[in-house]
Design a protein around this ligand. Structure first.
Ligand code: FAQ
Length: 334
């Protein structure tokens, strides 16, 4: 039942049907049974080629999002207002780099190399989260990213801790713990400005929240009925909760937190729906989302250029690491 169209699939670059033998059909059946039973699949276990490709797509996009996601906040490290805020921000941005590394490592278990994944990012072929193509114009953006962007990321990522592919699920457990600190520090930073700050600081917070709200709702991906990967992703246990359900959970949680903070969201249609027990929200501008995903967001070019520059400038570090590894191997062999 997880394999619609699989028997008509061709192996990449070949003309042989993907499912050729009785043995493979058996492997497929065993895989389906394991997924049905809620078992985890390890990297060395047999898996259908499309399952492997889907995971590779999602995990590598996720990894790219983490390292591109270092850029908007990294922009404020030298301008953090206090030593405490600077130390927190440094730790957070470093954590995001670490998340990228866990995720690249998880993707590598599926038989690709980090160089291949990074090539795809640098050439503009690979996607990363739309949210990181928006600018950080004021210090309040750093708090808004922590509160709302990390908040949305946690909402999406907690269910991935139960993803059927074990290396991804394991990476997500640690990532989610760290994301909770990220969200908390962002909220705390905004709370201090709202409760103890000046009128100008409060206005700065509200203005940042106004700019980040809609792009955060877009982070969860297109509506369920326009999400081509959802049905299969859910059948395979890669995706546990749908895009729209997570988006709604995020809106409900954010509304409560906004009230404590004393900020509003820029949506006149936000209202409590007694019948559903959820907050209704207005129409999302999906044309903006697809424009940003397609490379035409406010900062897409800047973000990619920064990653390519970092890769080129880091060449000597990679060379030195390889030379050191070779020297170490020779010593070991001697
Ligand atoms: N941006 O059919 P679906 C973070 C693409 S990490 C760009 O619904 P799927 C931490 C999608 O890839 C944030 N593209 O796809 C942090 C697909 O295109 P494809 C990243 C998007 O995979 C915080 C097409 O649209 N998190 O924030 C987006 O079933 C602060 C159709 O979509 C993850 O990656 C988007 N927002 O569901 C770091 C979590 N949404 O590939 C620094 C893991 C959709 O077919 C600072 N990923 N697309 O060409 C997922 O959970 C899923 O991949 C979804 C998309 C939910 C993102």
């Amino acid at each position: 039942m997880y394999t619609q169209a699989m028997d008509t699939l061709r192996e990449e670059g070949g003309d042989k049907p993907a499912l050729r033998t009785a043995e493979e059909a058996q492997l497929q059946q065993r895989f389906d049974n394991r997924i049905d039973a809620g078992e985890f699949i390890e990297a060395k276990d047999w898996m259908p080629e499309n399952y492997r490709k889907t995971l590779l797509r999602q995990i590598s996009q996720h990894a790219h999002s983490e390292i591109v996601g270092m850029l908007p906040e990294g922009n404020w490290i030298t301008r953090a207002p206090t030593l405490k805020r600077k130390a927190i921000l440094l730790a957070k941005v470093q954590d995001e780099g670490g998340h990228g590394l866990y995720l690249y490592a998880a993707a590598e278990t599926l038989g690709t190399s980090r160089d291949q994944m990074l090539d795809a990012l640098h050439s503009g072929k690979a996607k990363y989260s739309s949210i990181f193509n928006y600018p950080t114009l004021t210090w309040a953006d750093v708090g808004a990213i922590g509160w709302l962007v990390d908040g949305a990321a946690i909402m999406n990522q907690v269910p991935i801790c139960r993803c059927s592919f074990a290396p991804y699920a394991r990476a997500m457990v640690r990532i989610c713990r760290e994301e909770s600190f990220h969200q908390r520090q962002g909220y705390d930073s905004l709370l201090v400005m709202m409760k103890e700050g000046t009128e100008a600081q409060r206005a700065m917070v509200q203005e940042a929240v106004n700019r980040w709200w809609w792009p955060c709702l877009m982070m969860f991906g297109p509506p369920d009925d326009q999400s081509p990967n959802s049905v299969q992703g859910m059948r395979w246990g890669i995706k546990r909760v749908s895009n729209d359900t997570l988006r709604q959970k995020f809106v409900d949680a954010a509304m409560q937190q906004a009230e404590v903070l004393g900020v509003t969201f820029p949506d006149p249609d936000l209202r409590w729906n007694e019948a559903t027990g959820h907050w209704d929200y207005g129409a999302i501008d999906w044309s903006e989302f697809w424009r940003v995903v397609g490379g035409e967001g406010p900062c897409n070019r800047e973000r990619l250029a920064a990653r390519v520059r970092a890769w080129e400038e880091g060449e000597w570090v990679r060379e030195a690491a390889l030379a050191h590894a070779r020297k170490f191997d020779l010593k070991e062999a001697a």
